[in-house]
Each structure stands twice: as C-alpha cells, then as structure tokens.
Ligand binder design. Structure first.
Ligand SMILES: C[S@@+](CC[C@H](N)C(=O)[O-])C[C@H]1O[C@@H](n2cnc3c(N)ncnc32)[C@H](O)[C@@H]1O
Length: 322
C-alpha cells in the first residue's frame, strides 16, 4: 500500500517526485505517440491536452496547416512532414515507418495535424500502424476547421430556425471512379465543404445537380482564424466564378446554407475578416483597366494577397526548431 502524507498520496519509492528532482540519472522511458489536433490555425486554438503533449515530446512531426508559432520554445526536434499542392515532403509510408521506428527507439512523439486529426486527417491510418504492432499511442482531438472557421466568421452552422444539422464533405476524390458524397439539398442542413478551392468545379456541379437553389447563400472562407482570414459571401449561382475572381489563398472552405446570412450581423465586428459581396467582386473583376473577368483585376481593389499559392510553405525545409 502506498503511504499517505498529510492526506495526500505519497510517491512510491521508485517513482520520481513531481518535479522530477529526486534523481538526476536519466530514467529509461517508453516511447509513445500523441496524435494531436492543432486546431484551425490560430495557435491559441490547440487544446490544453495537446499543448501538454507538446511540452513532453522530444520529436514533433507536423503538417502544412500547422502554424509554426505553436512550436516556438519547445525542446523537441520539429520536423515538417506535410504536403502542399500535391507535393509531399515525406510519403505516407515514410511517415508511418518513422512513427514506428521512433516509438521503438523510446522517443516521445507528437504527430501534429491541422484541425481535428480525425476529420479528413488520416489519423486512423497512422494510429493503426502502431495498434497493429502493439505500440503505445494516445488520440488527442482538436478544434476542427469545419465548425470553428464558420463560427469565427460569424456563421453558427446550426442556428435555430435556420438549420438543425450539418454535413461536412469534400469533393476531393482519391480516384476519378469514386462518387461524391455531397447530399442533395435539404433546407434545414448546412453543408460545409473542405478542400474547397482545389475541388470547386466538382462541388459546384454537385450543388447544381443536387437541387441547391441558385440564390442560396454561400460563404467562401480562406485562412480562417488567422489575421489573413478572408470571407466572400456569394450564392450557389456565383460561387464558382467568385472563388476564382477573389483568388482566395488556401486553405479555403465553403459554407452552403441559410446560416450564412448571419455573417452580416455576427462576422464583421468579431473577426479580423474582410468581407466582399458578389457585387464588389464583379466590380473588381472588371477592374479599373477594364480587364473583365480577370482575377488579376480583383487584387488591387481589395488588396487580396498576391502570394503564389503554389509556392512551397515557408517551413518546408524546417528540420529543427532550434
Ligand atoms: C485535409 S482537410 C483537413 C481538415 C482538418 N483535419 C480539420 O479538422 O480542420 C484540409 C481542409 O480543411 C479546411 N481548412 C483547414 N483549416 C482551415 C482554415 N484555417 N480556414 C479555412 N479552411 C480551413 C480547408 O478546406 C482545407 O482544404
């Protein structure tokens, strides 16, 4: 039985004290992996449990949607393993092998993924690699962009009276043979589309085929929760052309449904976003030089970032935080 001191459980004789000061001899440690959701972008939106895991890690493998400010001050080695615009810094097989090898060699690893790792984040595939080998891991959920990014733009996705359910879907397909899982129109359901920029053609066609009214509001939100957040409010009819006219930088998601109307009242004052109406976008697309329809014409008027979205992310060569 463990003795008690002052009503508290005393540490067992061979356990380190709370501050680890009992012995300076390094204790052999078991390796493990925390799969952690980093949240939608703003570093403040990681969970406390995720943050604590980062403090204890000696290796962090992070993806492209993770804000590197979250890694500042960590003692861990931080390695970028993400992919951007189809370019992989490491293949999925290499990441899986690195996780297994790291745990076996006693390293404590945080596998840090954007949003919630279980939402289009492949956490299951990576965790299965460890589960099948009986290696320890912990799943730490995150704040998903699917709900948080609309909310930060003043769009609560199940506002009473406007929607009582939501669907999160993507028009991204692993192969052309796969069908899309975008449901037909239901006036009480908000549709949140992830990977919206790369797949705009496919989801826009699916909305039309699925009977979504042409005047139903759509919000296109880029870099939600960050100072670069942009919101374009448009309609089903104009969503595709407006997305291209605005040239929104990735990541972009689309919210489709009547709840988008709330953005006018809730979005402006409480978020750093800049909002552009369809009329503004049309005016910008015409531009001062009369270059109708040119996305280039849109930029100077609204000051959209001119960053090359095909460029490699800044942290792509990061092998260590120190
Ligand atoms: C591969 S999915 C991963 C989603 C992530 N696991 C999550 O829970 O947010 C990536 C997509 O999430 C959306 N996304 C993630 N972060 C975003 C942000 N800050 N602003 C807008 N969309 C975002 C975009 O649609 C992006 O293409």
């Amino acid at each position: 039985m463990i003795p008690r001191r002052n009503g508290r459980l005393a540490p067992a004789p061979d356990e380190p004290t709370v501050l680890g000061a009992r012995s300076r001899t390094p204790q052999p440690r078991n390796g493990c992996v925390w799969f952690v959701g980093a949240g939608p972008g703003d570093p403040d939106l990681i969970t406390l449990r995720g943050w604590r895991a980062l403090q204890q890690a000696d290796l962090v493998l992070f993806d492209s949607l993770v804000d590197v400010r979250m890694l500042e001050g960590l003692s861990a080695e931080c390695v970028y393993v993400g992919k951007r615009c189809g370019r992989h810094s490491m293949t999925q097989e290499e990441i899986n092998a690195l996780l297994v090898e790291s745990v076996r060699s006693g390293r404590r690893v945080v596998r840090l993924k954007g949003g919630d790792p279980a939402v289009l984040g492949r956490v299951g595939e990576e965790a299965l690699q460890l589960a099948e080998r009986d290696l320890p891991f912990e799943l730490v959920p995150g704040v998903t962009s699917a709900t948080a990014v609309p909310m930060l733009a003043g769009i609560p996705i199940t506002h009473r009276g406007l929607a009582d359910s939501f669907v999160v879907a993507t028009a991204h397909r692993r192969s052309k043979e796969m069908s899309l899982s975008i449901p037909p129109f239901n006036p009480e359901t908000t549709l949140v589309l992830l990977m919206a920029r790369a797949t705009a053609d496919a989801w826009h066609t699916a909305l039309v085929v699925g009977g979504y009214p042409s005047n139903l509001p759509v919000a296109l939100i880029s870099a939600g929760s960050t100072p670069e957040q942009r919101v374009v409010v448009t309609t089903v009819a104009d969503a595709f052309s407006d997305l291209h006219a605005a040239d929104l930088p990735t990541p972009v998601l689309a919210v489709v449904g009547r709840v988008v109307e709330l953005h006018d009242q809730l979005g402006e004052t409480r978020s750093p976003s800049k909002t552009h109406t369809t009329a503004e976008i049309a005016a910008a697309a015409v531009g001062n030089n009369g270059s109708a329809g040119s996305p280039e014409g849109a930029r100077p008027i609204f000051g959209f970032p001119t960053g090359d979205t095909n460029a490699a992310p800044q942290q792509v060569d990061t092998r260590s935080c120190h």
